[in-house]
Design a protein around this ligand. Structure first.
Ligand SMILES: NC(=O)CC[C@H](N)C(=O)O
Length: 370
């Protein structure tokens, strides 16, 4: 365990608001990104390594971060993907039998800059009321005007293509080769627990880089296709949208999660928009309109699909709605083997109410292959 730094740090929001805190450890650093908050009480390691958060500064609403340490099994990708962490109390000590290291040691491996001792209750309320915006965190606390100039250069999340930054460079396989079904997954920021969930249900998955064409994926002869979650704005994902169009045109079984769901909507001509504030937490209520049942779900998104356009679409049906703001949470295509959800059925972290969607995908595939 290192000592707790007293080095002052600050968070500067693009609307000019400043929150003061302290640097975690003894780093001197500056990090930028869109600021967002996650309300989950647990699962910080999974959140920090989720590729969907690439380029974002994460505010943890939970007042204590780090107290159960870190393990190498609770990761959703190869390294930390957030661009910085803002928290209230950073725990340098940890208490859990299975933990292998402190959160500070884990974050250091990805050279992640974190600040603590921030009034995160006031900060979360500020972001909630004023909406998503860019921000920076820094130990360089003297020259605010220079910081504002630096912050003005940070690109807006709206229109930003980020999938290429987190996608695998080479195809890879997941699961047992002699599995019952073969699924081709387009990696636009995939979380490991999605692969675990597919493999657990008897699937052998080949994960393809973000710029792979449908023809290249098809040449592997898969039984079904998957479009992953991921960071950034879905609209610039020209190749992924084309892949979705081609899969749909061939009526191959298709399932999309989060960014993949948005790509499927765009492939159907339904537009997406940047939300005032995203949904990020592990207790978001959803209603399944087919069964009438409620689900408590894990969510992490800042964009959403246009509800009016979805309702008016002749080939698309809304299957799930978010009960807090009635935004679209799931769709299916009426005469195609294609469905998607805006939330995270794989959880990690979060509740498992929605894992039936993976069963549904495997059943959809088997209904064709049987
Ligand atoms: N988890 C995700 O796939 C997020 C999708 C997209 N980047 C958004 O913020 O809406």
């Amino acid at each position: 365990m290192k000592y707790q730094s007293r080095r002052p740090a600050l968070l500067l929001l693009s609307d000019g608001t400043i929150f003061h805190g302290k640097a975690v450890g003894d780093k001197e650093a500056t990090s930028y990104g869109e600021v967002c908050f996650n309300t989950g009480m647990t699962g910080y390691q999974e959140i920090f390594t989720d590729p969907s958060y690439f380029g974002q500064l994460m505010v943890t609403a939970n007042a204590h971060i780090g107290n159960y340490g870190a393990t190498d099994v609770e990761t959703e990708s190869d390294k930390v993907k957030i661009s910085g962490l803002i928290c209230r109390n950073f725990s340098y000590n940890f208490s859990r039998k299975d933990a292998q290291e402190s959160l500070e040691q884990f974050l250091d491996k990805s050279d992640l800059f974190a600040i603590s001792d921030v009034d995160t209750r006031a900060l979360v309320a500020h972001i909630r009321d004023n909406g998503a915006m860019n921000a920076l965190i820094t130990t360089d606390v003297e020259n605010i005007e220079a910081l504002k100039a630096k912050l003005a250069e940070v690109p807006d999340m709206n229109g930003l293509e980020l999938a290429s930054k987190v996608s695998t460079k080479e195809p890879y396989y997941f699961g047992e080769e002699d599995a019952e079904v073969k699924i081709a997954a387009l990696d636009i920021g995939i979380k490991r627990n999605i692969l675990r969930n597919l493999a657990k249900r008897g699937a052998y998955v080949k994960v393809f880089p973000y710029d792979t064409t449908y023809q290249e994926m098809k040449s592997w002869n898969p039984d079904g296709y998957f479009l992953s979650n991921g960071p950034g704005d879905p609209e610039p994902l020209v190749n992924a949208i084309q892949v979705a169009k081609d899969i749909i045109a061939d009526d191959e079984p298709l399932f999309g999660i989060c960014l993949g769901h948005q790509v499927i909507a765009l492939a159907n001509g339904i537009s997406t928009y940047k939300m005032h504030n995203g949904h990020r937490g592990i207790n978001h209520p959803i209603k399944n309109l087919i069964t009438g049942k409620g689900e408590i779900t894990s969510q992490n998104h800042g964009f959403s699909i246009n509800k009016e356009e979805t309702e008016a679409h002749p080939d698309v049906e809304i299957t799930h709605v978010h009960l807090n703001d009635h935004s679209v949470a799931g769709i299916k295509m009426k005469n195609k083997n294609c469905f998607s959800v805006q939330y995270h059925p794989e959880a990690s972290p979060g509740p498992n109410d929605a894992t039936y969607l993976f069963d549904q995908f495997i059943e959809n595939i088997k209904s064709v292959t049987a």
